[in-house]
Design a protein around this ligand. Structure first.
Ligand SMILES: C[S@@+](CC[C@H](N)C(=O)[O-])C[C@H]1O[C@@H](n2cnc3c(N)ncnc32)[C@H](O)[C@@H]1O
Length: 196
């Protein structure tokens, strides 16, 4: 059992609703159908939102509890979501997608930075033409710098189409603990009509 298994058992919706700005972007720009991958999907708040907007979604997470909760929610709402319990560093990225989400899984600490950048490079290869890569990290000058430096190493066909600081309130219903944060939201789009 992972630490997240325990937290997800205690809180059915630990991270709350998707960021309002993320959902607004998807509502405005999403195709009526398409495929999406949510790496580190947790309990599926983003995966379920994408499915509500017409995507067929695969969510990958190391927490069996999170994946089961996401699948139960998807089933009760009749949404096209598949859940896979796996390590996202070794999950085989065989398919291509119209949207890929990495929300609150990148930290760029000393120990994990190169692994995380390798993961970013790998997912950037899996976007369909016009596909979106949605990245969310805690607002921090250092994390933003790492992401922007990484972005400059990419082909020009992966363009920045949206950048914002989004408000987020973390609340634990059991303990009553509450904290306000901002996240840095970066949306890249594959503008090439061919695979990256
Ligand atoms: C902070 S939570 C974010 C969950 C979700 N993206 C969201 O924003 O609601 C981080 C998630 O990443 C998952 N995770 C962390 N490292 C992982 C790994 N190497 N492989 C798969 N999942 C992992 C955890 O189980 C947890 O569900």
């Amino acid at each position: 059992m992972t630490n997240y298994d325990k937290q997800y058992q205690d809180e059915i919706n630990l991270f709350g609703a998707p960021y309002a700005e993320f959902e607004a972007f998807v509502r405005e720009h999403a195709p009526q159908s398409g495929t999406a991958l949510d790496l580190g999907c947790g309990q599926g708040r983003d995966a379920l939102m994408l499915a509500k907007h017409g995507y067929t979604v695969t969510g990958v997470d190391g927490s069996r509890v999170g994946i089961d909760q996401m699948l139960a929610a998807a089933q009760s709402q009749n949404l096209a979501v598949t859940g896979i319990v796996a390590d996202f560093y070794t999950y085989p990225l065989a398919d291509t997608y119209d949207a890929i989400v990495l929300d609150s899984i990148l930290h760029f600490g000393k120990a994990d930075k190169s692994k995380e950048l390798a993961l970013l490079n790998a997912v950037a290869q899996q976007l369909n033409p016009n596909g979106y890569l949605f990245l969310f990290v805690h607002k921090s000058a250092q994390k933003e710098r790492v992401l922007k430096t990484w972005r400059t190493s990419l082909s020009d066909t992966l363009s920045i189409v949206h950048e914002a600081y989004v408000d987020y309130v973390y609340k634990e219903s059991v303990s009553g603990f509450q904290s306000k944060f901002q996240y840095y939201m970066l949306v890249l789009q594959q503008t090439s009509q061919e695979r990256a």
